[in-house]
Ligand binder design. Structure first.
Ligand SMILES: *Cc1c(COP(=O)(O)O)cnc(C)c1O
Length: 405
């Protein structure tokens, strides 16, 4: 279901020069490749050779651009980065070995002791943990404010604030953040902005078009799309990413050429997969909302979601991730529904071709206190469902039997 395909486009979203599939199939690749191969060969090389010292001098003195050592780059990485930048409408992209390596890589490059960041509190629990527990060890202050509360965000900004951070939509409550307001606050206070757009993907929203400085993806999810790899990316301007790229070469969170090839292969069908994820997400969310055993559904494409209007104005579709709560169920009864579903597999992660189901209270928050779980809005009766690309009729029939078992 394409939310705003019929409405006049009043957003600042610029159409990409070419369609997303044209970009994801061709961007970043050499037209004529080694061995005349149509696909990118996998360059299994930890290092790259120089024909002579003169050849090396050309490289050292900047007269030639080429690979040097695997931690600083390889040809498979160039192809993938070209595709990711094109999809997001960004000048540049840096690919990492995981989404977390990307977040850590960006924040370590940009923050110094004494700096502060302000972030919306609904977020991937490891991102929160890195900021609150580990950046703190290096003297960086993190301030969490309630998601979507722009007045609180603005009030938390001090002269030391260097970055505003949010996901959109958020995990697992699927709250959409108004990017126009988010960017306006950043610009007014001369603070850079970072959006984790893992759940949205550039098919549904391109934060760079809205003026966001850095876009983060866990490419493990929709970008790779096949539940077979881990990767992450930061997109932004060439200039802003220069120091981030330099630091990646030191931190070393890079991908193997094999992993990059898998990511490149996954990206070729990105747009087709997203169309199906969006369609399945909308249909399954509507089914869940209509079921008597479901008390609450969090999905940006439902008018009942508190941030539906923002999502409808800002996003092309709403993705495959749905969070819902089972009426009058404790955690054990909720677990019985998870166990009764036959198509989705029980696992963390999202955005792959296989549907996945999990109970956040058990999967990610079991070792948190009930008070902490309440603070983060993780209810015992909550289920997170990542729609894959299976047929929606089958996903719905399976969920129906699980809820009624
Ligand atoms: C999975 C995820 C991450 C972390 O990515 P990894 O590839 O698992 O390291 C960060 N943000 C969001 C929103 C995620 O879903």
């Amino acid at each position: 279901m394409e939310a705003n395909s019929n409405r006049p486009d009043t957003s600042p979203r610029k159409l990409p020069a070419r369609g997303l599939s044209t970009e994801s199939v061709h961007a970043g690749e050499l037209r004529q490749k080694p061995g005349d191969s149509i696909t990118d060969p996998i360059f299994c090389a930890s290092t790259f050779t120089f024909a002579s010292t003169a050849d090396l001098m050309d490289y050292v003195e900047g007269r030639s651009k080429r690979e040097e050592y695997g931690r600083y780059g390889n040809p498979n990485e160039k192809s993938v980065e070209g595709k990711l930048a094109a999809l997001d409408g960004a000048e540049s992209a840096i690919v990492y070995s995981s989404g977390m390596a990307a977040i850590v890589g960006l924040l370590m490059a940009k923050l110094n002791a004494g700096d502060e960041i302000v972030f919306f509190d609904q977020c991937y629990h490891r991102s929160r943990e890195f900021c609150a527990k580990h950046l703190a060890r290096f003297g960086v202050v993190t301030r969490q404010v309630p998601t979507g509360d722009f007045a609180a965000m603005e009030a938390a900004i001090t002269p030391n604030t260097k970055m505003l951070v949010s996901e959109s939509p958020t995990n697992p409550h699927l709250t959409t953040v108004d990017l126009e307001q988010f960017v306006a606050i950043g610009k007014a206070h001369e603070v850079e902005t970072l959006i984790d757009a893992t759940l949205a993907t550039p098919y549904n929203v391109r934060p760079i078009d809205w003026g966001v400085d850095y876009v983060l993806h866990s490419a493990t999810k929709y970008m790779g799309g096949h539940n077979d790899l881990l990767a992450g990316a930061i997109c932004g301007s060439e200039e802003k990413l220069d120091d981030v790229r330099q630091l990646r070469g030191i931190l070393g969170g890079v991908n193997s050429p094999h992993n990059l090839y898998l990511l490149e292969r996954g990206l070729k069908t990105f747009e087709l997969r997203m169309q199906r994820h969006n369609e399945n997400g909308q249909r399954v969310a509507e089914f869940l909302q209509s079921h008597r055993r479901v008390s609450q559904v969090y999905y940006p494409g439902l008018a009942s979601h508190p941030t539906h209007d923002v999502a409808a104005a800002q996003m092309r579709g709403f993705g495959g991730l749905i969070t819902f709560e089972v009426a009058d169920a404790d955690w054990q009864e909720t677990a019985r529904i998870v166990d009764a579903a036959e198509i989705p597999r029980i696992a963390p992660s999202l955005g792959g071709v296989e549907s996945l189901i999990e109970q956040p209270m058990v999967m990610s928050y079991f070792n948190y206190s009930p008070a902490e779980r309440e603070r983060f809005g993780i209810a015992d009766n909550m289920i997170r469902y990542s729609c894959g690309i299976e047929n929606s009729d089958d996903l719905i029939a399976d969920l129906k039997q699980a809820l009624e078992a």
